[in-house]
Design a protein around this ligand. Structure first.
Ligand code: ATR
Length: 283
């Protein structure tokens, strides 16, 4: 019978070899004793439409999966239905088949908020947030901040026009600013989020003075390699509470697993340590 076939899910992207999603989902599958699988599936930049066609005709026997770089925007046009979260963010990362229709959502906003809920409960009592960067990751973070009721969300970006493009999408609580305004934007802010690629691959990071922020402010970075990014290291040296980005990766995987395999998994210290050990192995 068809429903006895073990469910198969995937992470599809190019490149896909370094994805840590198989480690995360494999840990949950084993822990819950589910006879399913979660596989890396390389889909070249021009191969997404053919892959989607295979998904829908059932020849791949997948229940759904994660869509990653470079396909996160293109999957929109190809999915039969993108939910409101994915439409707000403009990027999808999770798909599933529902009676032959391919549905898409974005779980990054959920992952961002759930990480802070777990590690810093009460973080969303803040009113003012500063978000550095204006790409797809920034839109997911801003969507979460709007949903959690932040009254003032200030985007600072090197290219002001991109920040404006994002702020226009989210309405009057979100404003756009040039990078040079960062010192003023940080005054009395409750939360700082780096969504830019500043500091990735060892690039130089400007000095940021976090001292004008509110007393209980949190500084977080969605980059998680290394765990203590240059921006978090600066904030910690200034005595600020910091939250690393690894939890966002772990939590964003939860809704997908539940959709594909029918069980809601937990983000535990054991899982976190498993991924950290993998990061250390590949450092
Ligand atoms: P993603 O979709 O993953 O968020 P992206 O769209 O490439 O990635 O966005 C990267 C962000 O990092 C952008 O906000 C980018 O600023 P620009 O919009 O001006 O390009 C920001 N960024 C990258 N390198 C930067 C640098 N050296 N200084 C400041 N901002 C930088």
């Amino acid at each position: 019978m068809a429903d006895q076939v073990p469910p198969r899910a995937f992470v599809a992207g190019f490149p896909v070899a370094h994805s840590r999603s198989p480690l995360i989902h494999g840990h949950w599958l084993a822990g819950h004793g589910i006879a399913g699988s979660y596989l890396r599936h390389e889909v070249r930049p021009d191969g997404l439409a053919a892959f989607v066609a295979c998904l829908k005709d059932g020849s791949q026997a997948f229940v759904g999966g994660n869509i990653t770089i470079p396909h996160k925007e293109a999957i929109f046009a190809l999915a039969d239905e993108a939910d409101e979260t994915a439409r707000m963010i403009g990027v999808a990362n999770t798909v599933w088949l529902d009676e032959g229709r391919l549905k898409a959502t974005n779980t990054d906003a959920y992952g961002f908020a759930a990480n802070l809920d777990q590690r810093h409960p009460g973080w969303d009592r803040g009113r003012t947030a500063v978000v550095l960067g204006a790409g797809g990751a920034s839109r997911a973070v801003i969507h979460a901040l709007v949903e959690r009721g932040f009254a003032s969300i200030r985007i600072a970006n090197r290219t002001l026009a991109r920040a404006r493009h994002v702020s226009d999408r989210f309405g009057e609580r979100v404003s756009a600013h040039p990078l040079e305004d960062l010192p003023d934007l940080l005054v009395a802010a409750d939360l700082f989020v780096n969504t830019s690629s500043l500091g990735m691959q060892g690039g130089a990071v400007p000095e940021i003075d976090f001292s004008p922020m509110a007393a209980e402010a949190i500084v977080t970075d969605i980059v998680y390699v290394p765990l203590l990014t240059p921006i978090l290291a600066q904030a910690r040296a200034q005595g600020r509470t910091v939250a690393d980005g690894l939890g966002m990766l772990l939590h964003q995987a939860v809704p997908g697993f539940e959709i594909w395999f029918g069980t809601r998994p937990a983000v535990t210290e054991e899982l976190r340590n498993l991924v950290i050990a993998d990061m250390d192995r590949h450092a």
